[in-house]
Ligand binder design. Structure first.
Ligand code: NAD
Length: 370
């Protein structure tokens, strides 16, 4: 039977736009999809940029106006990889036009905005997904299965951090990431570790955080001598209480020198413990009390076909998945949700919950600190 065609409109062609395009292009060869994916239109800041990037990334059409893309009745799914401050406007227009929406994290940069997006999507019955791609790692699902089966006992603590160094240099210029309407380390990377904590341990009911802006001003653009104040957080340290009684902490920094991608955690249970860092994303370190005394030390588990959907990529263990593969898995999950009309576990409602925890850490009005 011929499969229906699903037309994709992508807004943005930077770091994440390329990653989305790669995933949409390759997912059909790796997963048995319910649709044939067609890369329909790419939108970017102007016609020239959009046209160039559309050719490179394999889109049939291009436009310098995201509004034009969203209004096109042929497009079924709008994928948003534009700066954070644009997420709400593009999403609301796309929902109004009857599209499914696949939006990069953070869903938005305030809880109120994320709520408007979530309620609009739920009222329209559209399928949504927020790009918390690190949760697609098969080993993270294996970690969750160890927790759910009771192998590590009752979870008593989650110590997590997301630490990178891309803003460590005071000469790193302003970008949408330092835009007061759309940025800060907590929104940018804190959203990933908060989503990880919620996925593995459960809802966070209380937070208490300190945040700091370390570099008080930055160049307005690369190499410029003109500097503007920085009004967003560089670093955050938060204490957490979870609804199930576990406690923990989260550290977030985009200026942790020496760190490239330390999205990491240690989960302590009464009968065992689990450690992970995205810098070694194909390894999970596990300790369980089984075996008694003399059983000290974590055991390294390497990802392989026993951890689905690794086998879709490679039949042999230890050959490793990469960052872009997580996006391919994410797109496969999106296709299944669209076909079955079921919510995704990181649909907009989850993006909203994550943002509320971040608002509470930032002590914004309307925090949901309980
Ligand atoms: N899931 C992840 O692991 C991950 C990683 C990096 C970034 N992100 C998220 O992806 C989004 C984009 O980040 P990025 O690193 O790709 O940024 P980027 O700066 O590399 O790319 C942004 C793109 O949006 C385009 N753009 C800007 N304004 C636009 C407009 N008005 N209309 C259309 N296009 C416009 C830019 O020209 C560029 O192509 C952000 O929300 C960010 O938080 C997610």
């Amino acid at each position: 039977m011929t499969k229906a065609v699903l037309n994709i409109g992508l807004v943005g062609s930077g770091f994440m736009g390329r990653c989305h395009a790669n995933a949409f292009r390759s997912v059909g060869g790796l997963f048995d999809l319910p649709f044939n994916i067609h890369l329909h239109t790419l939108a970017d800041v102007d016609d020239e940029t959009a046209s160039l990037q559309a050719q490179k990334l394999g889109f049939a059409h291009s436009t310098g106006s995201w509004e034009t893309l969203v209004d096109n009745p042929e497009i079924d799914v709008v994928a948003i990889t534009a700066p954070n401050a644009l997420h709400e406007a593009i999403t609301l227009a796309a929902i109004q036009a009857g599209k499914h929406v696949y939006c990069e994290k953070p869903l938005s940069t305030t809880c109120d905005s994320a709520k408007r997006m979530t309620e609009a999507a739920e009222q329209a019955g559209t399928t949504t997904l927020v790009g918390f791609n690190f949760l697609r790692n098969p080993l993270i699902h294996y970690a969750k299965s160890l927790i759910e089966s009771g192998d590590v006992g009752e979870v008593i603590s989650f110590r997590g951090r997301h630490a990178e160094d891309y803003m460590g240099n005071p000469e790193s210029p302003h970008s949408f990431r330092t835009d007061p309407d759309g940025g800060g380390a907590l929104a940018d990377i804190g959203s990933h570790i908060v989503s990880m904590a919620r996925f593995l341990v459960g809802p966070i009911t209380n937070v208490n955080a300190v945040t700091e802006t370390v570099h008080k001003e930055r160049p307005v653009k690369p190499g410029s001598s003109e500097r503007r104040p920085v009004l967003v957080d560089d670093v955050a340290h938060a204490l957490l209480e979870f609804g199930n009684g576990a406690t923990g902490s989260i550290d977030v920094s985009w200026m942790m020198t020496g760190r490239t991608m330390d999205l990491s955690f240690e989960i302590t249970g009464t009968q065992g413990a689990i450690q992970f860092s995205q810098e070694r994303m194909n390894e999970l370190l596990v300790w369980t009390r089984q075996g008694g005394d003399g059983n000290g030390g974590f055991r390294k588990i390497e990802t392989g076909p026993a951890h689905p959907p690794y086998g879709n990529f490679c039949p042999a263990p230890g050959h490793h998945l990469g960052f872009n593969d997580l996006k391919v898995i994410e797109v496969a999950e999106l296709m299944e949700c669209i076909e079955q009309g079921k919510p995704h576990y990181t649909g907009f409602r989850e993006g909203y919950e994550v943002q509320c925890t971040i608002d509470a850490m930032l002590l914004l009005p309307n925090k949901t600190n309980g």
